[in-house]
Write a protein that binds this ligand. Structure first.
Ligand SMILES: O=CCCC(=O)O
Length: 452
């Protein structure tokens, strides 16, 4: 019988061993989910709203419990884990209120007596989710999916099975009917068979490019809809007329929150040459102030990476870049799963830290002479999740927004997800959108009804 043991990356100690679901058990879970779908889709928005608001209350009530499991599993600083749970409550409240509006029938004037678009749920949707935001990544799928009348089956990353079961618990405690939202505890080698099961109607994946590609390949073979949220290598474009102090604060948060393990983190800092020296000096002072330590300590801002091999991968990327000519301005050392907040200067587009996504606390600085060059550098990436531009001339920045090949352009703000705004990328960052009315409309049948 296959088993998975979760390890606390800070202490190195075992947290728990989970028995994985067998093939038969997975089939039963899917069968039950499918049965539930035919009842769940009959419920009204008002009934779903009440349950979704109860899920939000449950999250707020027991945020400490849920946050502590996350922190133990991935070394995420506890205050950030709590904030993550609170954000999940927000997305539940948002869709509880808005789902009905988002999915209203839309009348279209034609030669018919009456014709309209109707948004209907698809059925059982598989969610393949990553460990970096163990709750948030799941809730931003689950809240709209359930409100639309779909059923969620979660295959979470193996190092966060405790959080996966906690998410199931949230819906149970909120009073959702059995099997509206279930977790399958299996390894990634079982995903293909789950997608192939005719019960599964669609798949959403947040994760790496190779994982997205594999899931899309199987789903494509079986003509099933997918939404993919993949990697990112966001640039922070800093123009010489920015408010330096505020910009530094935002850039530090953009790169170092969640210990740098975020697809939308600002990984490449592009500085206009004339302010580069002053900006870098002040930035280094701020990064030095970030407190590393026990992730359970409320004062800690930088925890460990989620696993030691991830820290080691980051170490390789940083070391390679230094060998390629980057200048180590701060940090650079690893101890187990901990990686020091690191800043590299003199980075060029040919270097590893510029070309590859770095999933940890390492910031790469490149300078530019003018706005055209900044746009070229920002676009010089296989990813296209988002970009931040910092300037006092917001009008001018808005005018150049279209030239960035990205899913999002944020001016004077870090790229962040917000239930009210669509979230997703272009290029190798994936396709489809989560959140807002666009997210809830991903897993629905836009049915045409025509009455002559
Ligand atoms: O890792 C990507 C998601 C991060 C977020 O939505 O804040």
């Amino acid at each position: 019988m296959a088993k998975t043991t979760s390890i606390n990356p800070y202490s190195g100690k075992e947290i728990e061993t989970y028995r994985e679901h067998t093939k038969k058990e997975v089939s039963e879970i899917l069968e039950k989910a499918n049965k539930r779908f035919y009842k769940w889709r009959e419920t009204s928005f008002a009934e779903r709203k009440e349950l979704m608001l109860a899920a939000a209350s449950e999250l707020k009530k027991n945020k400490q419990e849920y946050a502590r499991t996350m922190t133990a599993e991935i070394g995420k600083p506890i205050t950030q884990s709590i904030a993550e749970i609170e954000k999940c409550a927000w997305v539940c409240e948002y869709y509880a209120e808005e789902a009905k509006n988002h999915l209203q029938n839309e009348t279209v004037e034609t030669d018919a007596q009456k014709s309209y678009t109707k948004y209907e749920p698809l059925g059982v949707v598989l969610a393949v989710m990553p460990w970096n935001y163990p709750f948030w990544q799941v809730f931003r799928f689950a809240a709209p999916a359930l409100m639309a009348g779909n059923i969620g089956v979660l295959k979470h990353a193996s190092n966060v099975f405790g959080s996966a079961l906690n998410i199931e618990k949230v819906f149970k405690r909120a009073g959702f009917p059995e099997n509206c939202f279930t977790t399958v505890l299996v390894g990634s080698n079982k995903i293909e068979a789950i997608i192939e099961n005719p019960i599964v109607k669609a798949v959403t994946l947040t994760g790496s490019g190779p994982a997205g590609s594999a899931v899309a390949k199987t789903a494509g073979k079986h003509i099933k809809k997918t939404v993919l949220e993949l990697g990112g290598n966001n640039a922070l474009v800093v123009l010489k007329d920015c408010d330096i102090e505020k910009t530094i604060e935002t850039c530090v948060q953009a790169r170092f929150q969640n210990t740098g393990q975020s697809c939308i983190a600002g990984k490449r800092l592009l500085l206009e040459k004339s302010i580069a020296e002053e900006f870098t000096k002040k930035l280094l002072l701020k990064v030095r102030e970030l407190k590393s330590g026990d992730p359970m300590d409320e004062q800690t801002y930088i925890g460990t990476l989620a696993r030691e091999d991830l820290a080691s991968e980051l170490e390789d990327q940083v070391t390679k870049s230094i060998d390629q000519g980057a200048k180590l301005l701060l940090g650079g050392k690893r101890q187990g799963a901990y990686f020091e907040p690191t800043v590299l200067g003199d980075v060029t587009p040919k270097m590893t830290v510029f070309k590859e996504e770095t999933f940890g606390p390492a910031l790469a600085i490149t300078t530019f002479e003018d706005v055209d060059k900044a746009i070229e550098l920002s676009n010089d990436s296989k990813f296209g999740l988002g970009v931040s531009i910092f300037t006092k001339d917001t009008h001018a920045a808005e005018k150049i927004a279209y030239r960035f090949d990205e899913g999002a352009v944020f001016i004077n703000e870090l790229v962040k997800s917000d239930p009210r705004l669509p979230f997703g990328g272009v290029k190798e960052s994936g396709y489809g959108r989560e959140l807002s009315k666009h997210g809830i409309r991903e897993f629905v049948n836009r049915k045409t009804v025509y009455i002559k």
